[in-house]
Design a protein. Sequence first.
Length: 188
Amino acid sequence: MMGRMGSDNLSAADNQQETEKILQLDPHWVAGFVDGEGCFSVSVHRNDGAPHGWQLNPVFQVSQHRDHRAVLEALTATFGCGRVRSKGAHSSVDVFAVDSNIHLEQQVLPFFEQHRLVVNADDFSSFATIVRSLRRGDHRRRDGFESLVQLAYGMNRRGRQRKRPIAVIFGGSSETTRQAPASSLEKI
């Protein structure tokens, strides 16, 4: 469908026509594309103002080489939310991201519940549970917070890329910490 998108050989009119075609992405194509290039993640950040000193931040993102930024822009039209930004000053990668809990719950979750994922199905399921639990305020209770953190640490290759072990978040003495999977307790 994209052909030579981003090629210097395309005229401005051709490029505009190609972009307009992309703006009407097939939802099943989007699900497959996200299965290959997308990520559902929940970061855990120190926040002294949060009920337990930590904040959960869910984000849905899709990365792509800047030559194919039009596809990422089309995702903003498909979902009706999100933004596209460069991954960094020295990076050739652009990222489409949705981090608004309201947009995640109202646009992203229903889309992928209707257009099922295969590769990212388990991470999406955990992600959906976390997003909805945050809205309900489950994270305000200690047991709810610990359950959501464990769920987050079980996502994306079981949290192996996390900067801090789960024990740091739980203060090192919680029963939940002792029950956490060994892989989420390791510091990489």
